[in-house]
Structures are given as C-alpha cells and as structure tokens.
Design a protein around this ligand. Structure first.
Ligand code: KIV
Ligand code: ZN
Length: 535
C-alpha cells in the first residue's frame, strides 16, 4: 500500500490511538478463562508494564469476586486507567464506582443495547426510553467519575440515524469516550469503517469524545474491523490479549498493535505499547488460563517467525526482509528456549521470572525456587513454560484455601487388571482419611476415590492433558472442569507434574477445593448480570 492511498496521507506527525484492554472483563467471559484474584492482579501488572492505556478490570456487580478483583487492581495499578463495567442502572454504576474510586485514574464504562433486535426482544423499550435511560446512566456516572465511557451494545445492528441520536445525547450528558461495539461480530470491515466515518461526519458534538472500537470475531474479522475503524477516525481500540473473549473472542491486542506499528505511515497513529512485552504477556495469559494459542497464530504463535521451506530459508539467509515484515525481537520472542537447570541459583531464577513479566515478592520467589529445585531433580532442562507453571501455582495462593489436601496416591492399571486407586487425603478438619475405588481407568478410579473421601459429587465436563514443554520427561498439565448439579457454575482445577496420573489427582482436588471455597463464601456468580442479559 503506498503512502498516498493512506487515509491520513496528509498528516505529518502521528496521533495516539489508545489501547483499552478488556482481557480481564470480556476476555474472562470466554469459557475456561476464569481467573482468581491473585492471577488477575498479576496479569493487570503485566498489562500496565506493557503500556496499555486502559485496563477494563471486570464487571463489579456480577459477583463479589469480580468486585474484589476490580477493587484490588484499582488500588494498586499506576500508569494505566482502571475501568469497571456497569449496565445503565444506579445499582450497577454505584457498585462500579465503589470498585474503581481509589484508582490513580478511574473510569466507569456504562452500556445499554440500542439495536432494534435488543430493544424489542431483550429490553422491551422504545427508542425514546433507550435514549432516556442511556442519558440517565451517563449522568449518574459523570456525577461520580470524570472519565465515563458509554457503549451502545449491538451498535453494529443499530439504525444509523438512531445510533447518531444516542451518541449525540450521551456526549451531551458528559460521556468522554463513545465505544461502538460490533457485539455479534456481524459487520464487514468496510461497513464498520463507514459506521465510524458516519459518526465522525454527522454527530455535531463528536469532537468532545474519543471514538472507540469494540469488535467481536464471529466472522474472523475483529482485527480487520477495528483497523477499519481506526482508519475512519476512531482513537481507542478495545481488545484482548490472544483475542480471547465471548464466543469467537475479541480483536487481538498484539495483532492490532503490530499492524499499526508496521503500517504507521498508512494509519498515521502510534500506540504506547512496549511491543517487546507482547510475547511474554501472551505467554503469561496462556499459562494462567490454560488457553494456549494455536501454533500459527499471528505475532505470538510458536510458528509465527519460523521459516520451514528451503526457498524461504535461503531468502532469509541472504536478507531477512525477503520474508520477514517484523523481527521476532520486536515482539519479545526469546532467542533461546532453554532456561535453567539443576545448578541454577536463586538469582538466575528471579531474573528469568522478571523477564517473563511476573512480579513476585520474596516469599513467592522462595516458594517457586523450592519447587524449581524439586522439578530440576526430575527433569534436566527447565524451560520457560515449566517455570510459568511453577509460578502460576503460587499466584492465587490464599484465594482458594486448600481445604482438602492430597497426601499420597497409589494406582494399579493395565490390560488385564481392574483399574484401582487408593488415595490418602487430609480433610479440612485435619483428619487423614484413606479410601479406594475402581474405575474405567486409573484416572477415573482416582476421581471416584476422591469423591468418596470428600463427599463432593460433580460432573466432569472437560479433561485436557497437555505437555508443558518438550521432551519425554516434560511435565504434563491437566486442566479439568467440574460442574455441581445444584449449581450452574463450573469449577476449574489445574495441576502439573512429570506424572500425569498425579497431575490428574491434584487437578481434581483443586477443583473440589474451589467448590468448597465457593460454598463457604455462599458466593455465586450472578449469571444474569453478565453483559448481554437485560438491563
Ligand atoms: O460486546 C459488547 O457489546 C460488549 C459491551 C459490554 C461493550 O462487550
Ligand atoms: Zn464485547
């Protein structure tokens, strides 16, 4: 693309486009991506280190857990604005403010659906009522916080003239950012760009607010649509690390940032992102959530910078620019995979942890060091991925008390024996109980034995084993999801070990502990309070 065809060809200095990261809110809504408080806090620190302008930390009204994590992030993070989501009602907005009020730079984000489909079938409200409610919500938020964002949910399927009317009204009411969500990922890039251009051209007070994009990836177009929005004048991009989010996800932050950087002349904008932190932050999210990215994922996939074919390799050796539009070091891909071994000391371990983007305190480093030594005794080479699993083990400590503790395990399995498992478990009251069970295989037998001891009956929804790093001696990580019949919420358990049978048992006990903790706190997620459900 020549600079002449750029939408901003006449500009000389670049504008700034803000990065609004919603991994902890929209991203966390994706199945299997839920995080505990310690994990959210650590990830928020990594986002601030990456240089994101706004961190949407959660939806405070949704649950006590969401509220607490938004509040903790707001209290600690500096350098990035911390934002809480709210529907257009006083209770939501007041709760969001309660959570973000002590942030160095707080923001309240209110949303209300505007499309005819949502107005008729979900809200049962007329156009007039929607405008009235949106304005009332923004006014309430403005009375509490000077930085207020408004989102007309499902803007992508809203009548253009009504969208203009709503946007004009909320800006008049004090909204400082107007976000334009393609909630269901319906639009084509040219359509999304035209929608933003229409607002720039036809909303008289549009200059008083920043226009933001928020695109979902149902047709695989979230990044393309977002970029079309920026080309048309949007100056905030809402996105998530690795593109995680509802259904097919949101626009991937790393792809947007590198597209803007690679085509700076074309877009005429810059981000404030430290691009060399992209890869470590992507890895951290995968490690925290267990949601790994596919090998060929742009920017952060394992193969993103690998050149296999002879012709490509030959070209690369002659001149890297033949087949490379970005350098791996620009996005922080480490030059070597191998990190530590048996003889590595505390300093080497701490340095590596910091390079990976974690901010552990001394006590946590000491605990990781102990685990590292034990692991290095079992496997010769400890890779970043192995280390991430060890770090992860100590991030959310205290969030889910280890009420039930697996002390020992014995299994018998084979082609001609009945699979059996014997477990020894410490109960929450300290008593040690032993029991045994038979099952379809050793893992099934363990789960049944744990069920007998703990009395927690749950359905196993998902069971995934993956190799954490490389080689026959690699750690196996087990991620599983349990659902208790009386409670629609699912509970995640995750553990790693060089023995996958042990990892399965530990993951199961972790999930049982999560169920016990939830019962103890009497805390259930307000499913009806998630975006997409009513007012
Ligand atoms: O997709 C969407 O419409 C949202 C809003 C709450 C901004 O996530
Ligand atoms: Zn969304």
């Amino acid at each position: 693309m020549s600079a002449d065809s750029s939408p901003t060809a006449s500009k000389t200095s670049a504008d700034r486009v803000r990065i609004f990261d919603t991994t902890l809110r929209d991203g966390e809504q994706s199945p299997g991506a839920s995080m505990n408080l310690g994990e959210k806090l650590e990830f928020a620190r990594a986002l601030a280190g990456l240089g994101v302008d706004v961190i949407e930390a959660g939806f405070p009204i949704a649950s006590v857990g969401d509220f607490e994590s938004v509040r903790a992030i707001a209290a600690e993070i500096t350098g990035s604005t911390v934002c809480g989501l709210a529907r257009c009602n006083d209770r939501d907005i007041d709760r969001a403010w309660e959570a973000v009020q002590y942030a160095q730079s707080p923001r309240i984000h209110v949303f209300l659906a505007t499309s005819p489909i949502h107005r008729e079938h979900k809200l049962r409200m007329s156009r007039e009522q929607v405008v009235e409610r949106a304005v009332a919500g923004v006014r309430r938020a403005v009375g509490l916080c000077k930085d207020v964002e408004f989102s007309p949910e499902d803007a992508g399927r809203t009548e253009p003239e009504f969208l203009r009317e709503v946007i004009q009204a909320v800006i008049e009411a004090g909204a400082t950012t107007v976000n334009i969500p393609d909630t269901v990922g319906y639009l084509m890039p040219a359509q999304y760009g035209a929608m933003i251009a229409d607002l720039v051209k036809n909303v008289p007070n549009i200059g008083k607010a920043v226009i933001s994009t928020h695109c979902h990836d149902d047709l695989g177009l979230a990044v393309a649509n977002t970029l079309a929005g920026v080309a048309a004048g949007a100056r905030q991009m809402e996105c998530t690390i690795n593109g995680i989010g509802e259904r097919a996800g949101n626009a991937a932050l790393e792809e947007l940032v590198m597209a803007i950087k690679t085509h700076r002349e074309y877009f005429g904008v810059d981000t404030g992102i430290k691009t060399e932190r992209l890869y470590p932050v992507s890895r951290m999210l995968s490690s925290i959530t267990g949601l790994t990215v596919q090998r060929n994922k742009a920017i952060v996939g394992r193969n993103a910078f690998a050149h296999e074919s002879g012709i490509h390799q030959d070209g690369m050796l002659k001149n890297r620019s033949t087949y490379e539009i970005m350098r791996p070091e620009d996005v922080g891909v480490p030059q070597t995979d191998l990190v530590l071994g048996k003889h590595s000391g505390r300093h080497a371990l701490r340095d590596r942890i910091v390079e990976m983007g974690y901010t552990l305190n001394d006590e946590q480093v000491e605990a990781v060091f102990k685990d590292f030594k034990a692991l290095a005794d079992k496997k010769k080479e400890v890779y970043d991925e192995d280390l991430a699993v060890l770090v992860e083990r100590h991030l959310g400590e205290g969030d889910v008390p280890a009420s039930w503790q697996l002390l020992s395990l014995h299994t018998t399995a084979g082609t001609s024996v009945l699979p059996t498992a014997t477990v020894s478990i410490r109960r929450p009251d300290g008593e040690v109980v032993q029991d045994a069970a038979i099952g379809d295989g050793p893992v099934d037998a363990i789960f049944k034995a744990v069920e007998r001891v703990t009395g927690v009956h749950a359905n196993l929804h998902e069971f995934v084993v993956r190799s954490v790093s490389q080689g026959k001696d690699a750690q196996g990580e087990v991620t599983l999801e349990l659902e208790v019949e009386s409670d629609e919420t699912s509970f995640r358990g995750r553990a790693a070990s060089t023995d996958i049978i042990e990892a399965s048992a530990l993951a199961y006990v972790n999930a049982v502990n999560a169920i016990a903790a939830r019962k103890e706190r009497g805390q259930t997620r307000e499913v009806a309070g998630r975006p997409g459900a009513g007012l």
